[in-house]
Structure formats: C-alpha cells, structure tokens
Design a protein around this ligand. Structure first.
Ligand code: DGT
Ligand code: CA
Ligand code: ZN
Length: 579
C-alpha cells in the first residue's frame, strides 16, 4: 500500500487539463482534446476521491473517464508518474500553456510563434510583438500584432492580485444582488477574501439554493461581465471589465457547511483537515464527509464539519496552516479580537493638516460610531505637502480641542496627538519639549523610504528610543498595490519596540495594512503592544477599521494586546506613565 500515490481529484484534474492544453497546441485532433478537458472537469467536480473509486475498481464509471484515461489515472496512482505526459512535455514546452488564456491568442497561433520563432514564454512573445516580429508571419499583420499586444497587456493587468480594499466592496455589491434572486437562501464570501488576506487573486462566492439555475443566470448576465470563463451547474466563473475575476459555487443548503469550508480554504488548511479526517476513518470532500462504509455526513454549517472532526470551529482568518489545526486539537485557539472590542481611534487627521473634517466634525463622527475617545493626530511641519503643523500651530490647535471638548462634555474624549515626521536623518520634527506637550505621540516615516537597510532601520530605531514616542505609525510604509515597504530589519524593530514599550500600529487603511499579519503575530508573541488605527482623513475612513481588525485576527491577536480596546482610564494611565 505504502508505495501508492494518492493524487487528489484536483491534482488529477490539473494533469488532464495540462494534457488537453499541450495536445491542443501540438495540433491533436479536437475530439481527443475535448475528451481530456471533459475528464479534467469531471474529476474536479467529483464528490468522492478518485483514489477510492480506483481501489473499488470503478474508475470508468466516472463520467468522461474511458479506458484510456482510466489507465493513465491508474499509472499515476501506482507509479506516481505518467509516461504519456512526460513524452508530451518533452515534445511541447509546458510553458506554452501559460499563453492560452491571453485574449486573441489561440493554440494555433501559439504553435505558429513557437515553431517559426522559437517563442515559448509570454515574455518572449511580448518582446517579439513589440519588436514587430510577428506581423510578417502567415495570417498575421500589423493590426493583429497590435491587438495581440493589447491582449497581453490586459492579461498581465488581471494576473495581478487585487487589494482587498477594492475586492471587498465589489463582493459586497455582488452578494447583495445575488441574494435578491428568488429561491436563494444565502450568499457568502469564501476564499482568500473571507480569510481576510490583504490582496486576493479572485473572488470566491458561495450560495445555498436548491436550484442553481436562476442565480447562475444572474451571475453570468451581469452587465459588467466581459467574459465567461466557465459555466456549470455547481460552479461558474466570470471576468469583469476591470480584469477582476469571480467564481460562484451553488450548493444545496444541507451541504452548505462542507462546501463553504472547502471554498474558504486555504488549500493548505484543507489538506491538513483532510489528513485529520483520514486518520479518523472519514474522507472530507467539497460535498460531504464520508464514512468508510460510504455513508455521508451532510453538514449545513461549518461548525458541524469541524465538530465531526472533533474540533471547535476555526475562525476563517486563521485557516492558513500556521498551527491552527494543532491549536484547535489542543483546545488553545485564541479568542480573537473583534471590531466591537475597539473603544478608541488613536490616529486621525483634521483640516489642521491634510484631513477633510474639522475637529468638531471628526469628534461627532467618532461619537456616532460609538467610540469613547478619538486622538486628533495631524502631521508635523516637515511633511509640507500635508500642511503639517508647526509647534505654534499645535498650541493653537490645543486651544480648539479644549473648546470642542467643553462643548461635547463627557460624551467622547478628545486627545491631542501628533503624527510626527521621522526625518531622513533620523531626527524627529519636534524637539522633546514640544513632544512632551501632546497626549500621545505617533512617529511615522513618509519620506526617503528607499534608504539602505541599515540607515532606515537606524532611523526608525531612533524614533522608538525617543522617550516621548508612544506609537510607530504604519511601520514599513508599504502601499498597495505598488509601493513596497522600506527595507527594514524588522526583527530589530520589533525587539526595540518591545523593549521601549512602544506600540506598533496596524494601519487599517486597506492600501496600507501595515504591520502585516506575520509581523504583528511575531510582535505580540514577543509581548509587544499594538494599536489598530484608521488614519482617517475623512468621515468614511473611520469605517475602514474592520480591515485592520481582520489583519489582527490573522495575526492571532486577542483584544488585550491592542491599546484601542482598553477602557479609557487604563489608556490614560498607560500614557501618563510614559513621559
Ligand atoms: P487567491 O484567490 O489566490 O487569493 O487564494 P484563494 O485561497 O482564494 O484560492 P483559490 O481562489 O485558488 O481557491 C478558492 C478556494 O478553493 C481555496 O481557498 C480552497 C479551495 N481550493 C482551491 N484549490 C484547492 C485544492 O487543491 N485542494 C483543496 N482542498 N481546496 C482547494
Ligand atoms: Ca480566490
Ligand atoms: Zn496619518
């Protein structure tokens, strides 16, 4: 038994998909290509492991699996390899298949460019198109070359990951629209979107309905859809004008839990769960848990799926195979922080620098959201583009804050902070005696982010060591989608922040999400304190808080480790104990 190779259905599907792609480019007769594709699809949608079906001697009962394909599957299970595919890839470079999804580029063209010009990758093809080398080939011209280049550019645009700040609101609108379809019981996010990754490859949505026809129809006929990638009874996927892709699974309500668990992933988490299921004599698929005797356990909720494996329900944000299954087994999953735990906003801007709101408006907006305190933390002078405050302006602002506080009474507490600039030379924008006048000091890097590692690390360390600095704002300075964070020695930063008792911010703005989940987790494990702030520049920005909380949840963070969750007196005590 031990030398058998237990390929998953999805792996098998990918293998036959690859055979189909490469055969098509090679020029194989179309019915063979379609047969491979059909087998791939049918394997991917199977509700039992093909491996088990093979052991029962029933492979050819799988739709689309005839004798020739069954033999290939058997060869894979018994040898772990497939001679046919090895021969095929020796003949047709496998990288050619990457080009198939490019608009206006079919297998015949790909074969033509490969045979005539030796082009085997998309990058080579793009280069050749730019150099005008394609237009003279048979069936090509200047126009078709230009169209192809536009297709390559569109394809590259959409292969980029989408920031969650763009994907999330889009998914919410889509869900609202699908939920309105008669007969649909619920529609939920799945995939990386539900796990709260800061960028997503595509949107995965899952619906519960007894009949998928009506909802699939609405999904496919959305006016923003530019291409239908696949359409089927249980699964369809589409592409929108923006290059964004979405797929929708529809399952009957009594199987919704298993399906939602599967579609939420991550793939690695699911692998871990399937191993656990196998140990308990169960097999876990997208559709159900199945006992050895073939009886299915249907789960309409995720809780039932996890409970059947002897586990508490693991929060989606933890499902990354970072130790969560082991922790669940040992009963030591963290009680993760929630949006409702947040009591104060410690980083918000007003029209004293680059914010849109007045102090009064910001206070009202924060109060409306149930916050107990809001810190007015405008930029300091050297960030001139924001109209940052001078030391005198900060004193005037302090007067206005007092006045607004007097008007508001104790309905909300206003604190004066400052987002003090860490200058290129590592010094802070204000001398210590000025810093001492603020209730809370956040130091941030906004400029000269490309300094060499040692220099920029030293710059940030310098801020951390300043006794007046309480929080470091968006520590690495990264911005989605295009700006990478500074090249910091993060281990040194985390250690120093822990040692000096300086909190590190998880900036909740979806273009920042900085610290990220991995550093935040490491920092909290070291005993460090976090702040989760929206860095609001307008009223609506305050509603971005949940993105930051999601990152904290992905970092296994409990409320205790986050300044914003503390009762006001405790926060004030903490601040008072610092210079
Ligand atoms: P993404 O879209 O790259 O941000 O990441 P995900 O996690 O959304 O992955 P995606 O869209 O490829 O697949 C959606 C879900 O489907 C994934 O979270 C779990 C499930 N899934 C995908 N591939 C596999 C697989 O090979 N095995 C298992 N068990 N589940 C898979
Ligand atoms: Ca996805
Ligand atoms: Zn700010």
């Amino acid at each position: 038994m031990s030398d058998l190779h237990r390929f998953s259905n999805r792996q098998l599907a990918q293998i036959f998909e690859q055979i189909a792609d490469l055969s098509e480019i090679k020029g194989e007769v179309i019915y063979k290509v379609l047969a491979y594709r059909k087998a791939a699809e049918s394997l991917a949608e199977l509700n039992r492991e093909a491996f088990d079906i093979w052991q029962a001697g029933k492979l050819t009962e799988i739709p689309g699996v005839g004798k020739a394909i069954a033999e290939k599957i058997e060869e894979l299970f018994t040898t772990g390899k497939l001679g046919f595919l090895e021969k095929l890839t020796a003949e047709v470079p496998p990288t050619l298949a990457e080009m198939l999804p490019v608009p206006d580029l079919g297998p015949k063209k790909i074969a033509l460019f490969w045979r005539e010009l030796g082009i085997t990758t998309l990058a080579e093809l793009e280069e050749a198109a730019r150099a005008g080398k394609l237009r003279t080939l048979p069936g090509m011209g200047e126009k078709s070359e230009a169209r192809l280049l536009a297709g390559i550019e569109a394809y590259k645009r959409r292969s980029e990951r989408i920031p969650i700040g763009r994907a999330y609101p889009f998914a919410q609108r889509l869900i609202a629209c699908l939920q309105a379809v008669p007969g649909v019981q619920r529609v939920e996010m799945a995939g990386s979107l539900r796990r709260g990754r800061s960028t997503v490859g595509d949107l995965d949505l899952l619906a519960a309905a007894d009949d998928s026809k009506a909802i699939m129809e609405v999904f496919l006929s959305d006016p923003e859809v530019v291409r239908i990638i696949a359409s089927g009874e249980t699964k369809s996927s589409v592409e929108y004008e923006t290059g964004l892709r979405a797929q929708l699974w529809v399952h009957p309500p009594q199987r919704f839990g298993t399906a939602w668990q599967y579609a939420t992933g991550s793939k690695e988490h699911n692998v871990r769960l399937r191993e656990l299921a196998l140990k308990q004599g169960l097999s876990l698929s997208e559709h159900a848990l199945t006992r050895k005797d073939g009886r299915e356990i249907l789960c309409s909720t995720e809780e039932e799926v996890y409970a059947a494996l002897g586990l508490p329900c693991i929060p989606p944000e933890l499902r990354e195979d970072r130790g969560e299954v082991q922790a669940a087994l040992e009963g030591r999953l963290p009680r993760l922080i929630e949006v409702s735990d947040i009591r104060s906003e410690l980083h918000a801007h007003t029209n004293w620098s680059d914010g849109k709101l007045t102090i009064r408006e910001l206070a009202a907006a924060a109060r409306k959201r149930g916050l107990a305190a809001v810190v007015i933390s405008d930029h300091s002078a050297s960030l001139a583009i924001t109209g940052g405050l001078t030391a005198e302006a900060a004193l005037q602002q302090r007067q206005e804050i007092r006045q607004v506080q007097a008007e508001l009474g104790d309905s909300i507490r206003l604190l004066q902070g400052i987002e003090v600039e860490i200058r290129a030379d590592g010094s802070l924008d204000f001398p210590d005696e000025v810093l001492a006048g603020f209730d809370i000091v956040t130091a941030s890097l906004h400029t000269s982010l490309r300094q060499p590692r040692q220099q920029i690390t030293e710059r940030l360390l310098n801020a951390i060591r300043n006794p007046h600095v309480d929080v470091i704002g968006h520590p690495t300075g990264r911005m989605f989608p295009n700006r990478e964070g500074a090249d910091l020695d993060m281990e040194a930063i985390l250690k120093a922040a822990r040692e000096y008792g300086v909190a590190l911010e998880i900036n909740a703005h979806p273009s920042r999400l900085d610290l990220d989940d991995l550093y935040a987790r490491r920092f909290v494990e070291m005993g460090g304190l976090l702040a989760i702030n929206t860095d609001a520049h307008s009223e609506n920005d305050l509603d971005l808080l949940h993105f930051g909380v999601t990152i904290a949840r992905r970092a296994w963070v409990q409320a205790e480790a986050v300044l914003n969750t503390w009762q006001l007196p405790r926060l004030l005590d903490w601040l008072a104990a610092r210079p």
